[in-house]
Ligand binder design. Structure first.
Ligand code: GLP
Length: 247
């Protein structure tokens, strides 16, 4: 595992975007595994800027996203499809028909998940998977305690996630209670993994994930077993690791 320490969010975003750009340049028809959340937003801005400058061409790139809320249409501004369109896809020359997000409108969850696993397989697997990390060490929507071996599956969102999301919706009834997420098995099958972490709220999760025991209680700890992981993190996120003299 390679850990790159950066000073601030801008440097984190530039560093992560450079790594992804390297994959696109060396394999123009690569498959990007993409993530939502606030952590990768700057990375997407930087990738869009590289496209604007003529450094990157996304015309042969395909993408698969980690997760999507159940019940939300892609036009809903809280859906992860909407997030990806507005934060990246609308700003580069990627063919949106080749950008995949789990189908949140599919009510048959077995079908939604099987279809998504099939999409990942049919595009030939993920060349680089970008990840954020939850404060409890979750990746995608793989919450602590879930089996490591799962592929795409439906998760019941935790009470705290539902409450945290409530502010984005008009009523509690509209807040999604479930999500479809790639499982740890899909994530671990990616050729490369790039995890970005920023801020002190991630310090505990990052320390446990990189240096603690490998356990489903800290989903990101499984990354210790992947052969090609790069972590880009700022000083706040690395604080505990540094305090313990591990970096
Ligand atoms: C959500 C997403 C994750 C993301 C996490 C952290 O749970 N499903 O993919 O990593 O939030 O988000 P943030 O980067 O905003 O802290």
């Amino acid at each position: 595992m390679k850990v790159i320490k950066v000073k601030n969010y801008e440097e984190l975003s530039r560093t992560a975007a450079t790594i992804i750009a390297g994959v696109i340049l060396s394999k123009p028809d690569c498959i990007l595994g993409l993530a939502t959340g606030s952590s990768p937003v700057g990375t997407y801005d930087q990738l869009a800027a590289m496209y604007e400058e003529g450094i990157l061409d996304f015309s042969h790139v395909k993408s698969v996203n980690l997760d999507e809320y159940v019940g939300l249409d892609g036009s809903n501004d809280q859906s992860y499809r909407y997030f990806m369109n507005t934060n990246l896809f609308d700003h580069v020359n990627i063919d949106k028909n080749k950008t995949y997000v789990p189908n949140g409108l599919e009510e048959d969850s077995d079908k939604a998940c099987a279809d998504y696993n099939e999409i990942i397989r049919s595009v030939g697997g993920i060349d680089i998977q970008l990840l954020g990390i939850g404060g409890n060490g979750h990746i995608g929507f793989n919450e602590p305690g879930e089996a490591f071996e799962k592929e795409t599956h439906c998760v019941d969102l935790t009470e705290s996630t539902i409450k945290a999301n409530a502010r984005f919706f008009e009523s509690m009834d509209e807040v999604p209670k479930q999500a479809y997420t790639m499982g740890i098995k899909n994530i671990m099958a990616a050729k490369k993994i790039l995890l970005v972490a920023t801020g002190s709220a991630k310090a505990d999760a990052l320390y446990k994930s990189l240096y603690g025991p490998i356990t489903p209680n800290v989903p990101a700890s499984i990354l210790q077993l992947h052969q090609d992981v790069t972590v880009v993190a700022d000083e706040d996120a690395l604080r505990l690791i540094k305090e313990k003299g591990l970096l």
